[in-house]
Ligand binder design. Structure first.
Ligand code: NAP
Length: 310
């Protein structure tokens, strides 16, 4: 068996992302000791029942003591408070990373607390589901998914390589970019689709002319696919909206402009314009399948991507 990459990993936050990491770290033998910390006694107890780690504590500072790698997996709005709490206990030479969906805000919140000699490398695995909590995780979550790092100007290349190796062994492909670019890119590929989904499901919920039971009954004609995104964790997505505000507002402005143009094409019966757009967008779907980021099964692959629990 290959030597573990790390002696001790500390997972701060053990929800969907943290518990998926715990499972893959165990499966791939990436660390000799997995220290788990979460805010509530209830979640900690559940993590222990699931056997996700080797030690469990609600004190994040105790979990990070002696850890070679610390992964913070909490809602982005809480990353500053967590960094402040763990900072005095971080080992010199340790790598500190996070998995937050926004990067500029996480850097602004965490970097000021990072002590001298600790390598802070912000990260974001582009992998997830609409579920949350320690039961929702699975070891295969990161397989063939991108993990983006947004290193700081003074990031140590060796530490970056070690963290990249860690994520590669979790199954991910690695990319690096600056935080601002990350936030603008994610605003269009992830944040806007979620906001649109929250909005359309909210609109349907408010409609009085269509009864709620009809919305549910006929949902397979399109609506259902938005409800998966709109079922995502409210705390996480509230924080994403508040912490990637500028990029999201910019994308929303462009979206609204394009929607107005689509509305106009429908009003004026401009079939060619509609056909041209719908043909262009269909090609995007094909490119995603070709890039291995989804499978070409009907029903959006819903049956085929049922994940086994590990
Ligand atoms: P989750 O399943 O809801 O788990 C959240 C974890 O953070 C739990 O352990 C929770 O502790 C802890 N936590 C919540 N509020 C906290 C606070 N105020 N202070 C300290 N700890 C707190 O969330 P998740 O889906 O794993 O998301 C975690 C991070 O990953 C977020 O930053 C999110 O942006 C990012 N991310 C999510 C996805 C996704 O699809 N879900 C994908 C990529 C990245 P208790 O349960 O003990 O309260």
């Amino acid at each position: 068996m290959v030597e573990p990459l790390l002696d001790r990993i500390a997972l701060i936050g053990i929800g969907l992302i943290g518990s998926s990491l715990a499972r893959v770290v165990r499966r791939e033998n990436l660390a000799r000791h997995i220290a788990i910390s979460t805010r509530s006694a209830k979640t900690l107890e559940r993590a222990e029942e699931l056997g996700l780690g080797n030690s469990y504590t609600t004190d994040p500072a105790a979990a990070v003591a002696d850890a070679d790698l610390v992964v913070v997996s909490v809602p982005v709005g809480s990353s500053g408070a967590v960094a402040e709490e763990i900072a005095p206990a971080l080992k010199r030479g340790a790598i500190l990373t996070d998995v937050g969906s926004t990067k500029s805000s996480v850097i602004a919140q965490m970097a000021p607390h990072v002590p001298e000699g600790v390598h802070f490398i912000p990260g974001h695995p582009l992998a997830g589901t609409e579920k949350s909590g320690p039961d929702a995780g699975f070891a295969e979550l990161f397989e063939n998914r991108w993990c983006i790092f947004t290193p700081l100007a003074d990031t140590d290349p060796q530490a970056l390589e070690k963290l990249s190796e860690f994520w590669r062994r979790c199954g991910s492909n690695i990319d690096t970019m600056d935080a601002e670019h990350h936030d603008r890119t994610l605003a269009i590929v992830s944040h806007l689709p979620h906001i649109i989904a929250y909005n359309i499901v909210g609109t349907a919920d408010d409609l009085e002319t269509v009864t709620k039971s009809e919305v549910i009954k006929y949902s397979a004609s399109g609506f259902r696919d938005f409800t998966r995104l709109a079922a995502s964790d409210p705390t996480m997505w509230r924080d994403v909206c508040l912490h990637n505000r500028e990029a999201i507002l910019e994308m929303l402005a462009r979206f609204s402009e394009d929607l107005a143009s689509l509305q106009r094409a429908i009003r004026w019966g401009e079939g060619d314009k509609l056909f041209e757009l719908f043909t262009r967008t269909r090609a995007i779907r094909r490119s995603i399948i070709e890039a291995g980021q989804d499978i070409d099964a009907p029903d959006f692959g819903r049956q085929a991507v049922e994940h086994p629990k590990s």
